[in-house]
Design a protein around this ligand. Structure first.
Ligand code: MOS
Length: 777
């Protein structure tokens, strides 16, 4: 996922137009030799395939149930595996007795874990494979595990107490001996996110108003609709794995290593998958080795094994987004100019580290010269976190963007004006007014909680409305080892073959658009083949890297194929190949468009069966924009009698370079707003303080948004020629969830005039906060 850090490659320089297509600026880009001139601001108006909304190619398969997910894979003689997780939160395994399970008719293989130390309820202990899911479940119940229990720390704040049970012995923290540690609290951590700048003491001395607040986000579990799982099948030493994964190549590497076999003998397939959000990047999951276990069970039983985790297991051991306790002190001058920010964050990734949240505070309010950042990890006896859609950033933005909203209130200023005053990004500066207009920002209550102070009609009974806004940030990462193959067949058909997987974003369609644009044909004429480790290597679908890692390579391979096609067409038109161009299914003389042959006629001149071009990724260019902005607005309605919060409308304004397919791009933005609103209002993984197990490990008590909670969601894209690669594309999967928690919190405050600093904003918290405010008044 990191940028290439090798010796500088020789470069070729292109002059291109960067920025918004309506106001481009000329700049030089230095691309690797062999790369091609990027699509730039001038290309935007000329595109025939790029930037047009179109339904995803696999849509009909999905809505008719014909799309085969891992969950749907059925192989002859297939067995059903089942993981057995630890029943206690902390302790030692004294014994595992599998004899009764093994004796059960229909049980074909049993596995037990090596580790005897238990650090969270749900940790891998054993597994079985049997002829049916029912027999496997019976067998799982017959496995008898005895534990010697230990005290545990079940939650972030409890784990920070001086007398909290230590999750790790002092010498065994995964952070290693170099990071300071006190009990379960590790840090402060160094690294990129904790960078800071300037001198906050001077900054606070210059401030007219200072606000300090502490904000809390609960643990959010990923809850993909398709739970984690694989089907593992051996033929001799050849292993085939169907995986519900964000990274088929990571699964191949990880399984080859865990099983001690050559990765050449492992093939991983993922045709369609039902979501991951960061929890399906590894070979199995952060808190379970189920995929490796399935392979071992299959080997032992001599039959394919399907092992899908159930919903409870998904909540316990496949990762989650860390909880966070963030204290922000922010100072500003009377006019809203921020002079200093002091940011301290404690996050819990369960038994793992890496709960940093400082990305947003480092990136937002860029004109503020003085920033101090401290980040700590807090261990708890809970499943290890996994990346979740802009890891740590939603929590971090909830901290800083709630605090700035409170600061604006203290200053008596419009929070949007405070954002503008401190904005360093020209792209976001252009996004504010688009969002404000779409949500109707002028209606907001000038005095929070007072519906006669803005443009809303008077409050209807107990229901109060309010508007909020907040910003988010994300980055443009790219993967290093990426290839793609483009084939033009003699009949004029085109195939793109690339070994990445679609996590549900519609990336098949996006890559077909890129190839079609380059070849001058219709997107529907391109057949995509993806999701197979036997295809040219692709990246994991994480970090929002897929489009800008794969699309430039697809374009490059298509460009090479186009060059070969032009060589065939040139003699037909009596010109040199350099004089040709392609568009609308035709190859034509650039200076005399009437002289043309069809794409098919040119392809028919092939002497062999196919034009076959494979391209390898070149380095990213020096980018016009290396990060992604975004601003978001929400209108909510709060019932002050029941405490219920309803989201009425959200608007998200985002840039992601050139959106290849705006329909699916907007679909990702809308999905992020829904997931974020759900986190802000409902989701809360709760571990029992007395026994340490999860009390809501299902989707009945762990609530997520359903159609009944849906709101009007508007995605506004601001296409920008970022010149970061030859397609000027960037990912959008993660950025739009970054501001959402803060947006909802700020809107609720504007509605009721009471600040709720702890998520989720549930009815009991709303009523409690209102009662507290009345008591004080
Ligand atoms: Mo993402 S959280 O990198 O899948």
């Amino acid at each position: 996922m990191a940028q290439d850090e090798k010796a500088p490659e020789p470069t070729v320089t292109f002059t291109a137009k960067a920025g918004f297509p309506s106001a481009p600026t000329s700049m030089e880009v230095h691309a690797a030799v062999g790369d091609i001139k990027p699509w730039d601001a001038e290309s935007w108006a000329q595109f025939e395939q790029m930037g047009k909304p179109r339904p995803r190619a696999e849509g009909p398969l999905k809505v008719t149930g014909r799309a085969k997910y891992t969950y749907d894979v059925k192989l002859p003689g297939m067995l059903y595996g089942r993981m057995i997780g630890a029943a206690v939160a902390a302790g030692e395994i004294v014994s595992i007795d599998t004899s009764k399970a093994e004796a059960l008719p229909g049980v074909k293989a049993v596995w037990t874990a090596d580790s005897r130390i238990v650090r969270f309820a749900g940790q891998d202990v054993a597994a079985v494979a049997a002829v049916s899911p029912e027999v496997a479940m019976d067998a799982a119940r017959l496995v008898k595990v005895t534990y010697k229990e230990r005290p545990f720390a079940h939650e972030l704040r409890a784990a920070m107490e001086p007398d909290a049970a230590p999750v790790y012995d002092l010498d065994k923290s995964p952070a290693g001996p170099d990071v300071p540690r006190k009990g379960n609290v590790v840090g402060p951590r160094g690294g990129r996110r904790s960078e800071g700048r300037g001198d906050t003491e001077t900054g606070f001395a210059e401030a007219d108003v200072v606000h300090e607040g502490t904000y809390y986000c609960p643990v959010h579990t990923h809850s993909p609709l398709e739970t984690h799982g694989v089907v593992a099948s051996w033929e001799g030493d050849q292993l085939t794995v169907y995986a519900s994964t964000q990274g088929i190549f990571a699964v191949r590497e990880g399984l080859a290593e865990a099983l001690g076999i050559d990765r050449k003998n492992v093939r991983v397939l993922c045709e369609h998958m039902g979501g991951g959000f960061g929890s399906k990047l590894g070979p199995s999951a952060t808190g379970s080795a189920f995929a490796m276990v399935a392979c071992r069970l299959a080997k032992k039983a001599g039959a394919p094994v399907k092992l899908m985790l159930d919903r409870k297991q998904q909540h316990l051991c496949t990762g989650n987004a860390p909880s966070a306790l963030i204290t922000v002190k922010v100072g500003a001058k009377k006019d809203g100019t921020i002079t200093a920010v002091d940011y301290r964050s404690y996050g819990s990734a369960g038994i793992a580290g890496g709960a940093g949240t400082a990305g947003p505070v480092n990136a937002l309010h860029g004109k503020n010269p003085n920033l101090r950042v401290e980040e700590y990890d807090v261990y708890t006896n809970a499943g290890p976190a996994a990346p979740l859609r802009a890891p740590g950033h939603s929590q971090g933005a909830f901290g800083i963007e709630s605090a700035v909203d409170e600061l604006a209130d203290k200053l008596g200023l419009d929070p949007l004006e405070v954002r503008k005053k401190n904005e360093a990004s020209p792209v976001r500066a252009a996004q504010y007014d688009l969002g404000a207009k779409a949500i109707g920002w002028s209606r907001r209550n000038k005095k929070a909680g007072d519906m006669s102070s803005g443009g809303f009609p008077p409050a209807k009974g107990a229901k109060k409305r309010g508007l909020g806004m907040a910003n988010g940030n994300w980055y443009v990462f790219a993967a290093a080892d990426v290839s793609a193959q483009v084939k033009i067949h003699r009949d004029g058909s085109v195939e793109v073959i690339a070994g990445y997987q679609d996590i549900g974003t519609g990336s098949r369609t996006a890559m077909a658009v890129v190839a079609a644009e380059e070849l001058g044909i219709e997107t529907s004429a391109v057949t995509m083949r993806i999701g197979d480790t036997q295809f040219p290597e692709g990246p994991g679908s994480g970090g929002s890297i897929t489009i800008n890692s794969v699309a430039p390579v697809v374009r490059l391979a298509a460009s090479e194929a186009r060059t070969k096609l032009f060589a065939l067409a040139a003699p037909l038109l009596g010109v040199t190949p350099e004089e040709l161009d392609a568009a609308r299914g035709k190859v034509f003389v650039a200076k005399d468009k009437a002289r043309s042959v069809t794409f098919k006629e040119a392809a028919a001149k092939m002497s062999g069966e196919t034009i076959d071009c494979t391209a390898k990724r070149k380095k990213q260019y020096e980018t016009f924009r290396g990060d992604l902005t975004g601003t978001q607005f929400a209108e909510v309605e709060v019932d002050t009698e029941t405490g219920e919060v309803r989201v009425l409308k959200m608007v998200s304004v985002n840039d992601c370079g050139f959106p290849v397919n705006p329909l699916t791009t907007q679909s990702q933005v809308i999905g992020a707003m829904i997931q974020g609103a759900s986190w802000a209002l409902l989701e809360d993984r709760t571990l029992d303080r007395n026994v340490g197990t999860m009390v809501n490990p299902n989707l009945e008590w762990y609530k997520i948004f359903t159609p009944a909670d849906m709101f009007e969601a508007e995605s506004i894209l601001t296409p920008v020629a970022n010149l970061g690669n030859n397609t000027s594309t960037a990912g959008i999967g993660e950025p739009p969830i970054v501001p959402t928690l803060a947006v909802i919190g700020n809107a609720v405050y504007n509605a009721i005039g009471v600040r709720i600093r702890e998520l989720p904003i549930t009815p009991d918290r709303v009523l409690g906060a209102l009662a507290e405010a009345r008591r004080r008044a």
